[in-house]
Design a protein around this ligand. Sequence first.
Ligand code: PMP
Length: 467
Amino acid sequence: NRTASAARVRGGRPMQNDAGHPVRYPEGNVLLRHLARDFPVVSHGEGVYLFDTQGKRYLDGSAGALVASVGHGNREVAGRIHEQLLRVGYVNGTHFTTEVTEQLASRLCALAPEGLTRAAFLGSGSEAVEAAIKFIRQLWVERGEPQRAKVITRVPSYHGNTLYALSLSGRPHYKKFFGPMLSEVVTTPAPYPYRSGLEDYARDGADHYARLLEETLQREGPGTIAAFIAEPVIGSSAGASPPPPGYFARVQEICGRYGILTLADEVMCGCGRTGRFFASELYDFTPDVLVLGKGISGGYAPLSALLVRQEHLEQMRLGSGGFMHAQTYLQAPAMTAAGLAVLDYYERHGVVANAARVGQYLQRRLREVLLPLPFVGSVQGVGLMAGVELVEDKASKKPFERSRKVVEGLLSELFAHGLVLWSNTGHADGTNGDLVMIGPPLIITEAEVDELVEKLARGITAFMERL
Ligand code: PMP
């Protein structure tokens, strides 16, 4: 139905320019174009599908970069944002507040893990991570412990691309042109079931990774550590890797023992992606600070959120007067209206429940269909985020040589056949091989999952045969 209505919207015809040719920009002026020389020009979207100006249809199997939570062309959400824009699109967030901002804050805090009762809104995941770490730094300085400057991060991990957020990311090869970094980071291995080396990841994972974290702390001196940052489910850097049972309880106990603050980066795994609104909830993680992004506005406006504890904010109020951080678009109503419209849409249409139900189906179908294929080493994930690692040899888990660019080749092939997925490679950092990342809009149906899995399986088989 969604497809039929998309065709109606555009009259089923490719968009054309004045000369009657389909619109294309092969030599445009856009600075950053990653994969293709000749990018398709998207004319519109509908549900889980995108359409280009040549009339081709794409199943958006990764919701962009796991962003388009409520699907494309969502008129209910767009209409709500439009209404707010007609009222007021921008106010200075250090002078004013608005109804949409206040409502979004109170609704999110009501859903959030215990104690997170204060929210700020910014424009991107990287900004929220930066603000979160600045919040924690300021807190330690105000507490009279300015030496607590180091942050423990996990390898692999990704927390953003601005320089502070990049500093905190456990992806060494992303940093190679940009040193020196802004923050001292200390690293500990991130749980990744396929390459943990453990015979029984579920049984021994929590102990194993907790021991490694404890060793890192002892080596560095716990009194020099400000925070521990982690994605509850690791996103792009480890292909949707969930923690082993009990992991976050152990992490929390260890950090608590040394007064280290915990920061949950739910930019990718939050907002219903795992089948719960907050991924931390799934793993009994009650962080001191939490950040959201991407799905929070479904791509209808740039938006991210920082959630903190009242008592921490109060310490700052009594000390310096408050958190010393502001940006032009802080709580801009054009952005928070998108967040509120998406949240309302979630509630009205049971989006998180859909993600939980269809997510289980996706996880099951991916395992059933892909795992028997040659070269598919592992499938992991939870809810509507999943990762597939391709390997040259399944018995030894030997990755393909990086120079063969296996996942890039596969993704271009899938793209040509109208399935858009995301990839990642950890070869340079030695953490994993070729990873395909799956994360469709949270409104996806079982039938659309069937189409996704079938296209992916066919693509892998055809591509690998040629390889
Ligand atoms: N943290 C995580 C876990 C992410 O996945 C991302 C984006 N991929 C970011 C932070 C950065 O968000 P943004 O690209 O919106 O700055």
